[in-house]
Design a binder for this molecule. Structure first.
Ligand code: ZN
Ligand code: ZN
Length: 682
């Protein structure tokens, strides 16, 4: 079908020739997606280990032992697969599959892939498998705990120590827990195996451990009590769950209404389960530890215009929710929900490839700044209902109940915490576009219009569905647009944009066509469903006006991407690195100066911590994954030399870096070392 609300479908309706003629679109599946490659490696490992899961998680985990470890016989089989002979077989099998020409082309473009990575991933398979069981263990453990506590209460009633009312509550709670347990182990379920949420193969695919494209990876689940002894878990992709499964929201399921009522309660003795975040409202970057200045833009993170704080101390990653059936929704409730939730998107670069470029017009004027980040982190934060005056939600940590205006009177618990924020995270390739010069009139409308025009052009040029490309405007300056590859497995298109100097000429041409500039459509005054509007962007409809970007698109038609002129000048970069060197190490500055004087490409960072190897190389070239050490006289002692060796081995074999060491005594060889560096950079 072609939905009127789907710009993508409408476009191909109008351009039917493109559907059947023209060049075949390149494959959209990003074969060099780390998660995807890992899941294939794991499935090869399981098959070489000769594992058959059976049809229930109770065949995999020992439910009679505390913490539900892997069953002893399964554990034995899996450990045997880690023995050298089988391990080598697995390694050979994965190598031969990944040696496929399609895979290799993609894999060559990424920084993380290599022989060491492959070996390490296989080495880690057993641990990864065990960790993939954790979400199930948590669900099962919570249900068992609920059942046991209800039974205790029922016993107290029998002993005459509790009321009839308490018995009713306990009865209901016990039935619900039993139903959850049954679903988790696949008992008394009417669905056939492949549809059943916790069928092992399906479960491990949804955990991202095994390949699977039909259901979302690491979804958020909600339990729905559909009848007296009936219930079901439903799952939603994380980026939708942040809104749909938020506290107080109403879910519609098989004709009934269910309200999101509870999440898991805090375990005793582990009261503080919160994460902490510092977000930069200026650029949209997030930090998981306290920082004075933003790592991305250098500004001091402060509250935003509405007063939303930058420092958020109570953040919970979204976990399984429980719902309660609601016969009727009150008008008050409906009004509160109608205005929606305050959801903000933030991002963070990881230490994978990151590249910058500028888009300049024919005169050399910079129009856009681009930053591409490979496997960056995207975070969506739910900061509470728009209709309330407070940030975040109220949570009764003793019971896990969300305290909303509707149930506040009946909950008088002393464990109610305020300002609780919910988050979901995702890993994705991202492209950040910064408009250098915003018009003075209506800057927000300009950026929003450009955002959707570019989104539609990207979809058309790279043959993407609208759901495969995420986009959001970031930061208070209003000049930043974030795009990310939202499809499972990634689409691999965003990195291609920087590789083609004419990408923005092509995108602008496509945008002009979409916005009716090639063939004027008089009935479209500002925007219509054929050009910029869609149901997905209805919050922004009032802002969109195609005429605002007409002149800018013309400039982009004559633009070029320059990958070298981005960011700071060579002199500035040198000064920055110089100031970051260790004050006690003159030799670092000797090496840096030599690199600078000889016109060799300067490193990207100095003294940056590589967490996987727990060390700070003196300099790093990010794209090449090359670490430079400059050893002064303190590195001469035997103890220090041994320490250095261990750390640098870790850096090579665990973190996958190439290591180049300059040594102060080899002064005469500095020239030779610099030549070596040059060769590594090419
Ligand atoms: Zn910032
Ligand atoms: Zn239009």
């Amino acid at each position: 079908y072609a939905g009127a609300g789907s710009g993508h479908d409408r476009y191909f309706y109008e351009h039917q020739a493109d559907m059947v003629a023209g060049a075949v679109a390149p494959p959209k599946l990003e074969l060099a997606n780390q998660d995807l490659v890992k899941s294939h490696i794991y499935s090869i490992w399981l098959s070489k280990a000769g594992i058959n899961f059976g049809d229930s998680m109770n065949q995999i985990l020992d439910l009679e032992k505390s913490e539900y470890p892997l069953k002893a016989d399964l554990m034995e089989q899996l450990q045997a697969a880690q023995e050298p002979v089988t391990f080598q077989k697995c390694l050979d099998a994965t190598r031969s599959i990944l040696a496929d020409a399609f895979c290799q082309t993609d894999l060559e473009r990424v920084s993380w892939y290599g022989a060491a990575w492959l070996e390490q991933t296989l080495d880690h398979a057993l641990t990864a498998f065990d960790r993939a069981c954790d979400r199930w263990r948590k669900l099962y453990g919570a249900a068992v705990e609920q059942r046991d506590e209800s039974l205790q209460m029922i016993n107290r009633v029998t002993a005459g120590n509790a009321t009839k009312q308490e018995k009713d509550v306990a009865d209901r709670s016990q039935r619900e827990a039993q139903r959850q347990i049954d679903i988790l182990v696949g008992q008394n379920q009417s669905k056939n195996n492949s549809q059943f949420e916790f069928y092992p193969y399906r479960y491990f695919a949804s955990e991202g451990f095994l390949p699977g494209f039909n259901f979302p990876r690491l979804p958020v689940r909600a339990y729905i009590p559909t009848g007296r002894d009936k219930g079901d878990y439903i799952s939603r992709p994380r980026n939708l769950a942040i809104r749909e499964m938020a506290p107080g929201n109403i879910l519609y399921h098989e004709g009934s209404k269910f309200k999101i009522d509870r999440t898991k309660r805090f375990t005793k003795g582990n009261e503080n389960e919160y994460q902490r975040l510092v977000v930069c409202h200026s650029c949209g970057y997030f930090h998981t530890s306290v920082v004075d200045i933003c790592e991305n833009c250098g500004q001091k993170p402060t509250a935003d215009k509405q007063g939303k704080p930058a420092n958020i101390t109570k953040v919970l990653e979204m976990d399984t929710m429980s719902t309660r059936r609601r016969e009727r929704i009150t008008c008050d409730e409906e009004d509160r929900l109608k205005s929606g939730y305050q959801i903000n998107t933030y991002f963070q670069f990881t230490d994978h490839r990151k590249e910058s470029a500028i888009v300049a017009d024919a005169d050399g004027t910079t129009l856009l700044k681009l930053t591409y980040g490979e496997t960056a982190e995207i975070m969506r934060l739910n900061r509470g209902l728009r209709s309330t005056k407070e940030w975040g939600f109220r949570l009764d940590t003793g019971t896990g109940q969300w305290v909303t205006a509707a149930n506040a009177q009946s909950n008088s618990s002393a464990n109610i915490e305020t300002d609780v924020h919910l988050l979901v995270k995702d890993t994705s390739n991202i492209l950040l576009i910064e408009v250098t010069d915003l018009p003075e009139q209506n800057p927000e409308a300009f950026t929003a219009t450009l955002q959707y025009a570019l989104a539609r052009s990207l979809q058309n040029l790279y043959k993407l569905e609208s759901a495969e490309l995420g986009t959001e405007r970031l930061g208070e300056k209003g000049n930043q647009i974030l795009f990310w590859e939202a499809a499972e497995g990634g689409a691999g298109v965003l990195s291609q944009i920087l590789e083609d100097p004419q990408s923005f000429q092509k995108l602008a041409n496509a945008a002009q066509e979409i916005c009716h500039f090639h063939k004027e459509k008089n009935s479209c005054a500002q925007a219509c469903y054929e050009c910029l509007l869609s149901y997905g962007n209805q919050w922004d409809h009032a802002l969109l006006n195609r005429h605002m970007i007409g002149g800018f698109l013309k400039q982009l038609r004559g633009s070029r991407i320059d990958r070298h002129a981005a960011g700071v000048s060579r002199e500035e970069q040198y000064q920055k690195l110089y100031s970051q060197t260790d004050p006690n190490s003159d030799y670092e500055r000797v090496v840096l100066e030599a690199i600078y004087q000889q016109g060799i490409k300067l490193p990207d960072t100095a003294q940056l911590l590589i967490a996987e190897a727990n060390c700070k190389p003196d300099f790093i070239y990010t794209a090449q994954k090359l670490a430079i050490f400059c050893d002064g006289s303190v590195h001469d002692s035997p103890e220090q030399r041994q320490r250095d060796e261990i750390i640098r081995d870790d850096l090579q074999y665990v973190a996958g870096y190439t290591v180049l060491t300059f040594h102060y005594r080899q002064d005469q060889d500095l020239t030779a070392k610099l030549a070596e560096l040059k060769a590594l950079l090419n």
